[in-house]
Design a protein around this ligand. Structure first.
Ligand code: GDP
Ligand code: ZN
Length: 360
């Protein structure tokens, strides 16, 4: 396989040449499992681990290779193994913030060009959910494309497409039916040579069906693949990097599938879906649900349809979400401060040297 087919381009090439190490070749991470990486190189598939120095320098979880990353490796072809020496900068990334003593980042997929936000046009259709997924998409740096699937279950496809299009100006909206095999060709534009995409959307919206449709005759590849482990037993593994016959690459990791569950907002939606629905009926979109006129929440509480205790727990959870977000910002601030301090100390060293040599 040519390296360009794996998604290599001038962006990565420019960074790779800066490493100035002729013993290294580029490789793309296709899968990660307990610190072992399955990588694709021009020389084929290999199993890799990070070098001791890499591990030492990584510090943060987010600096370790993730699926989709480009890395520089030294190969031991006879063994089919390689050592990862550096991680090339990421063009885009999807990550999860792991909250704990300190907030850490876990990268779920990287170097994605296109992110398809899939929704079903059935009774679960929810514009707010698309909004949340859109936030994830913009944060990632990949270009979002909205897919409204299951057109066969909807009578007013055109008005839905129009409504969604009006809500997300400038974002392409595609309507299709994966089971009826209708509208799939619209996706082919994105499934080109080396273009990497991911599918984001709640469970059951049809992501697997769409990917299978794109694979055509190769459809079995999305399913579980049986492989033998070292003891000769059969274990099932899941392909996380899928090659579409027309040239596109789809990354489909368990982590990406669960991404929406991890975003705290979505958690609120799952537990307090009824309250979220009510808030959309408030007269003001930024209603605080305390004193505004036309507040659907207050009305529901007044007429006994909504329990005030439940509403208070909802507010509490929202408060916690806000705190968590603040803590994450905190970390970014600290990191920047460290960087700034380093720059300042480097600058002052330089100045001292210049002073000593009589240039000042
Ligand atoms: P995923 O969880 O997003 O991967 O969703 P799946 O691809 O597993 O699909 C969930 C269910 O929706 C399956 O029963 C599919 O057959 C069905 N489905 C997928 N696409 C369509 C569609 O376009 N129309 C209808 N009616 N059902 C669909
Ligand atoms: Zn309100």
């Amino acid at each position: 396989m040519q390296i360009e087919e794996l998604g290599w381009n001038s962006f990565f090439q420019d960074h790779f040449v800066k490493l100035e190490n002729q013993n290294l070749i580029p490789a793309r991470v296709a899968r990660e499992d307990k610190n072992l990486y399955l990588i694709y190189t021009e020389k084929g598939e290999m199993i890799a681990t990070v070098s001791g120095r890499f591990r030492y320098n990584a510090i943060d979880y987010g600096n370790f290779p993730a699926v989709g990353d480009w890395v520089a490796v030294k190969t031991r072809e006879e063994e089919g193994k390689a050592t990862i020496h550096s991680l090339l900068p990421r063009k885009s990334k999807f990550s999860r913030k792991v909250a704990g003593f300190k907030t850490e980042e876990q990268v779920l997929a990287s170097n994605i060009d296109t992110v398809f936000l899939v929704s079903g046009l059935d009774e679960n259709f929810n514009l707010r959910r698309i909004e949340r997924h859109m936030t994830i998409a913009w944060d990632s740096g990949a270009t979002p494309v909205i897919i409204l699937n299951k057109t066969d279950l909807c009578d007013d496809v055109d008005s839905k497409v129009e409504m969604v299009g009006a809500s997300f100006l400038g974002v392409t909206v595609l309507a299709m039916s994966a089971v009826k095999n209708e509208g799939l060709t619209q996706l082919q534009v994105y499934m080109t040579h080396g273009n990497t995409s991911v599918f984001l959307g709640s469970s059951g919206v049809g992501k697997s069906t769409i990917i299978n449709g794109l694979l055509g005759d190769d459809r079995f590849k999305t399913g579980e693949v049986r492989e033998s482990d070292s003891k000769g037993r059969h274990t099932t593994t899941h392909r996380e990097m899928i090659f579409i016959p027309t040239g596109g690459i789809v990354i489909d990791t368990p982590g990406m599938r669960e991404l929406q569950l991890w975003t705290v907002d979505e958690g609120i939606e799952n537990i307090f879906g009824d309250i979220e629905d009510l808030t959309s009926a408030c007269r003001f979109s930024d209603c605080s649900h305390i004193h505004e006129p036309g507040c659907a929440i207050q009305e529901a509480i007044d007429c006994g349809r909504l329990n005030i205790k439940r509403f208070n727990s909802y507010l509490r959870l929202q408060e916690e979400t806000k705190k968590l977000t603040l803590r994450q910002d905190d970390k970014a601030f600290l990191r920047d401060k460290k960087k700034r301090n380093k720059q300042i100390s480097m600058m002052s060293k330089k100045l001292k040297k210049m002073d000593k040599n009589g240039y000042l």
